[in-house]
Structure formats: structure tokens, C-alpha cells
Design a protein. Sequence first.
Length: 346
Amino acid sequence: MSVRLILCLVMWPWMALAQGFAGLGTDADGFSVPAPNPQFDFPADHGPHPDYRIEWWYLTANLTDADGTAYGLQWTLFRSALAPGERDGWASPQIWFAHAAVTTPDAHFASERFARGGVGLAGVEVSPFRAWIDEWAMEGPDLNALTLRAQGTDFGYDMRLEATGPLIFQGQGGYSVKSAEGQASYYYSQPFYRITGVLQLPDGPIEVTGQAWLDREWSSQPLSDTQLGWDWFSLSFDSGDKMMGFQLRQRDGTRYTASTWIDADGTTTAYPDGAFVADPITTTQVAGRDIPTTWRIRLPDRGVDLDVSALNPNAWMPLSIPYWEGPVTLGGSHAGVGYLEMTGYE
């Protein structure tokens, strides 16, 4: 099999998703579709769901070094399927790809990997837990204690994570609605990680500590074809409380939103469309695009009225699917830090 053909087979589903992210709004085409009132089965649901089209294991971290300098870290493993189900060897319809990044106040580093399923190059196992692609891996006895490593051309990291709170189910018990038309995903998080380790940067190794957030999500049609992209916020307040909020931008200029308030003890309150408000304040020219890099975030029911600012406005992911992602700082009603991901900006 030629290298060109292998690359085409690996890249095809990803290229489909890159069509302004509208590929996520295509028909389910025989894949399973999330339904309300899910019954999760752990640890099995920490692993892959090959009957669904798209899935990810997505970790972000807000870090500081001994001098108080702030950094951000991201590691994501994606599974995208050509067809439902799994088969052995090269007959597998599963495509795996991964992103890794480190953000500093002055620089942003990113890398990506690709692999076909079925031949041992990438995958997820649940007991003990291991999510990997080539030598990049997030692994441990279970999700409560993990190591994380990745290496790009000019950066890398080797981290340890310890969960200090429970899993959080987003939306209605883990059923997260994404549009007025009813598109949805299964979605849960572990937002209570302590993280320590070493960043490898061009100027040398840096020991860091901080907090991390893992998102698990799978679906077959998570967006409506009327949606252009999303703005997703994970926020950790100095009080110990946390908040997730997202908005999906509609072609007609309206927005579909959802949010979850997470008390420090893990108690959650889900908020429907319209309760969470995210308004861009200033934009930055990044990769030829106007990207909102400061925001006003509101959740009135919780007294949240925040100024959210990018640590590094140029945190652009110049990968096969380009998007903006990086750490943010918070001001206004609540002090803290967080992460912001923005897709679909042309």
C-alpha cells in the first residue's frame, strides 16, 4: 500500500470534519445516536464506542512554575469512524488522531499524530487505563491516577495527575444537547485533577504544578448543519467551584448555549439554552483571522460576571484542522483560571 494511499485513508474523515466543522452536522448514516437518560457503565465507558462516529479524550491544564509564570497544556486523543463497529487489522474502520500543545505567555507549541485502528498504533484500554497513539500516552491504574506524556518537535511534557473529586455528568445526566433541533452527545468530565510534572521547552525543562480537566464525549451527529463552530469554556475558580459553558454559533447569527455549575464538592446544576451568555469583547488577528481573545461571560443565576482573557492571544493550533485553544485568566465576579477552545473561525 503506497504512502499516499495510507495518508488518504488516515486523513479522509478528518478532512470531512474540517469543512468549517460542518462535517459534525452530517447525518448519522447508520451510527448509533445518543438518547436521553443514559446509563453509564464504568470503567467500560472510559473506553471507545465504535458504533458512534466521533469520540475524544480531551485534557487541558492550567500550570505555574516556581516563579509564578503561567502555562497551559493540552492533550487530546480523537477517534473518528468510517463506518460503525470494529474489525481486526487494516479492516478496522476506526481512525485515530491526537493533538498536543503547550502555551506560554510568549509562545505556543502544537503537534499532531495520525493512526489507523486495528493494528496497535493507537487506542484506548480501560483496565488498567491506557489511551495512546505511538509513544504519546495517558495511562494509569484508572482515571484517578494517571501519567501523561507527549513530545513534539520543539516541546514535550511528562506529567502526573491525581483526581481529588468525582466525575461530573454534563447536561442532563451526561446527555448534552447541542442544538434546538436536538443533536446531542454523551458527555462527562473529571475537572478535579491535581497535576505536576515537567515541561520540555526550547530554553530547557520547567517544573510545574496546577490543575487539570478531562472531558469525555462521543456522538454521531453532535452539531446541526446550521451551526458554524463553538466557543467552549472550562473555568476553575479560586473558591474551588467550577463551571463549564459553551455556545454554538448559528449561521443566522444566533447562539445555542449550555452550561454546568460545579460546586467544590462535585454537586452540579445544569443550565439550558440562554442561561449562559458569552460575548466577545476584543479580537486579535491570528493566522489571518479575527479571533475573540477577551470575553465577557455571564451566568446570572450564580452571580457570574467575568472578564475572560487569553494568556497568549496567539494560541493558534496550526494543524490539519486549525482552531484556537489556550489558557485564560479570569477577572470580575470570580477569580481563577480556565481554558478556552474556539472552532470554525474562517
